[in-house]
Design a protein around this ligand. Sequence first.
Ligand SMILES: NC(=O)c1ccc[n+]([C@@H]2O[C@H](COP(=O)([O-])OP(=O)(O)OC[C@H]3O[C@@H](n4cnc5c(N)ncnc54)[C@H](OP(=O)(O)O)[C@@H]3O)[C@@H](O)[C@H]2O)c1
Length: 255
Amino acid sequence: MTSPSEQLSLRDGSVLVTGATGGIGRAIVELLSKRGTTVFAAGRSKAALEALVESTSGHVIPLQYDVTDEKSVKEAFRSIQKQQLEPNVGMLVGLVNNAGEMKEAPLLASNMDLLKHQLNVNFLSAYQHMQLASRLMARSRHGAIVNVVSQIGEQGNAGLSAYAASKAALTGATKSLAKELAPIGIRVNAVAPGFIETELTAHYDDAQRERIFSRIALKKAGSAELVAQAIVFLLDDASNYTTGHVLPVDGLFQP
Ligand SMILES: NC(=O)c1ccc[n+]([C@@H]2O[C@H](COP(=O)([O-])OP(=O)(O)OC[C@H]3O[C@@H](n4cnc5c(N)ncnc54)[C@H](OP(=O)(O)O)[C@@H]3O)[C@@H](O)[C@H]2O)c1
């Protein structure tokens, strides 16, 4: 007999990816599209979303909103709820909370607004997305959520305490929600990238890169494509006995 969680596959359903116009986001959209999955691609910039749809061969549906705007997030899910019933879209079977921002801010020079902003972008928005996605997935008793956290949230980094706290909060929610949502067929995992070449890390100069690479066992940066492969594995039924885990994609980061 087929269990509810085996009735829908990644290929038949749709996946929402936030931060879809960023480095890791574009790689996730590309990979899912190649596999025949419909992707709801969420981003803030209309032009960047249009360019993404143009450059991807698969079925990509753009959703333009700021992940910290609670009303817009609800509106986006209402749109997904309607569109998922269309035969060429398919039920929402996956969510990737990938949108994120990293602000350097040593404690003595920081302020509460910056801390709140980091928590809003990296944690609270992801939490709201998990709640709304789970309500849709609960109906088919099938779904996989992947949160993009960070090695900095696992191990800490001077000057990045607000960012680290926001990512550590998301890791904690991942582990708790995996237990809470397992009975209704929803898996929740996280991927923790180390140093990945994207716009987020583009400001590091050669000297800073050398210092960082000296602390990585594999002595180099990772690519957005490698992170996307780990995320798609955790969305896919190939990992349907894995939940509540954090998968590092970091070349073995050594603090
Ligand atoms: N690169 C790394 O080394 C690294 C390491 C560990 C974890 N990560 C995590 O990986 C994720 C993706 O990062 P990335 O490296 O691909 O960086 P990126 O290229 O800067 O992409 C970040 C994405 O998040 C979006 N975003 C930020 N704030 C948003 C908001 N308020 N509403 C909607 N979208 C928002 C950005 O949209 P806009 O284009 O509109 O700004 C962008 O598409 C992030 O969560 C990051 O913390 C990255």
